[in-house]
Design a protein around this ligand. Structure first.
Ligand code: PA5
Length: 423
């Protein structure tokens, strides 16, 4: 369970004053009568998911682990960020695991695409193309290149090395997958892209990375109860949701998501998409940004400490590191570092976090929200998903916006299609 501490947020209003509004919105969520009510399948997904498909995901992942050196995840936005966030958080950045997971379909950069194609050309490859709409241009462009490559490399066998995760009935990708005979997995109608890491969108790549998806689903399931109570005293996700609204009322328009683990940087990217796309609309919302400390204390830290007071920080601390290191003694002590000899490096990381909190809160006057997760396990990832899903749904509905659409994303597409000459 994620622990929340608002003692460093210096809220000028009382969280409990929002209890009535929270109860009313929670009722709308549970009874599926809120704005965007077509897209709240994630609320009960941990109970409702298709067990047969789940078993097929595990089976398919096992086969891929046996017959590939590289697994290419081809998708953008919600169709890749969650999987990447989970894989990097749980396995770390330098996990000695096969197959290697590579991401495509998330950029028009020709340099990136060409380098990936060159890198994979002599390796055993399996491709997972992921798109709910089945028409996203970045993904479709990359997939055509990948498909031709696979067909040239494997001939008829290519169709057994391409897996499509898409809508159950609609869209170009679904039609293509059926025609080619690809194995397919379904993205449920009532779960939007940025909530879809808990569906086959995330689960297949995560399972291919050797991660226990049963554990992930267990964490998600437990989160349903832990973040399910409308009582603010009992629900840290809703307290966090209310605290954000209070801070925005005080004029804080930027939320800086802080972590101290490089392997959580993609969690930050996933969180930015989840919060930015859900809340940034109708001329409202808090801009989500992120830093990884202490790395970024040597860059953005200066702004946080002394720059314009536009932001508050939300720290996601991790209680137990994936691996700890004991700092070595050195007889000569020429670097003067022996004061740390025999100490845990994770302890030093935590002292850095404590020192930073004091500096930003007390000297810098920056409100800080503290979240703590127990570890970086699959269970904790699933549990964290439910925490942030519930929080963003509540906090956006409190703003009278629909948390589950993203109409603004269409504007660039229209311009781009015109420039590209699409009919
Ligand atoms: O949250 C969302 O819905 C979006 O970010 C989508 O995930 C993203 O645009 C990719 O869409 P699709 O899966 O249809 O290719």
């Amino acid at each position: 369970m994620i622990q929340l501490d608002l003692n460093h947020a210096h809220l000028k209003e009382n969280v409990k004053d929002y209890q009535e509004q929270v109860v009313s919105i929670d009722k709308q969520l549970v009874s599926k009568t809120c704005l965007g009510n077509d897209f709240i399948g994630w609320m009960t997904w941990a109970n409702d998911y298709d067990r047969e498909e789940f078993a097929r995901i595990k089976e398919c992942a096992k086969k891929i682990r046996e017959n590939s050196e590289v697994f290419v995840v081809c998708g953008i936005g919600g169709s890749y960020l969650g999987a990447r966030a989970a894989i990097e958080m749980i396995n770390g950045l330098y996990a000695d695991k096969k197959p290697e997971i590579i991401y495509m379909g998330n950029t028009f950069s020709s340099s990136y695409i060409a380098q990936v194609m060159d890198y994979i050309k002599d390796k055993e490859v399996v491709v997972n193309v992921i798109s709910k709409s089945g028409t996203t241009t970045e993904t479709a462009l990359a997939f055509r290149i990948l498909k031709q490559f696979m067909e040239e490399k494997y001939g008829d066998e290519a169709k057994n090395r391409i897996i499509a995760t898409t809508d159950k009935a609609r869209g170009t990708l679904k039609t293509l997958a059926t025609k080619e005979g690809y194995e397919t997995f379904v993205i449920p109608d009532d779960i939007g892209g940025r909530f879809s890491v808990i569906t086959p969108v995330g689960l297949l790549p995560i399972a291919v990375a050797g991660i226990d998806i049963d554990e992930l689903m267990k964490g998600l399931h437990d989160g349903m109860g832990e973040y399910g109570d409308p009582d603010l005293d009992k629900n840290p996700a809703y307290r966090y949701a209310v605290a954000r609204r209070i801070l925005q009322n005080e004029g804080y328009d930027v939320e800086l998501f802080v972590n101290y683990e490089p392997q959580m940087q993609m969690v930050a990217e996933w969180w930015k998409q989840l919060f930015g796309e859900s809340e940034g609309k109708d001329g409202k919302g808090i801009l989500p940004d992120s830093v990884c400390f202490s790395t970024d204390l040597h860059s953005l830290g200066q702004f946080v400490q002394e720059g314009k007071k536009v932001l508050f920080e939300t720290n996601l601390y991790v209680d137990k590191p994936m691996i700890d290191v004991t700092f070595p003694n050195d007889e000569a002590n020429e670097d003067g570092m022996n004061y740390l000899a025999g100490k845990s490096v994770d302890w030093a990381n935590k002292m850095a976090a404590q020192g930073t909190l004091m500096a930003h809160e007390e000297t810098g006057g920056v409100p800080n929200i503290l979240l703590t997760m127990p570890d970086m396990s699959a269970y904790s990832f699933g549990n964290m998903c439910m925490f942030f899903f519930k929080a963003i749904a509540m906090t956006t509905l409190m703003n009278d916006s629909n948390p589950f659409n993203q109409p603004g994303v269409e504007v660039y597409k229209k311009n781009m299609f015109k420039l590209l000459g699409k009919e």
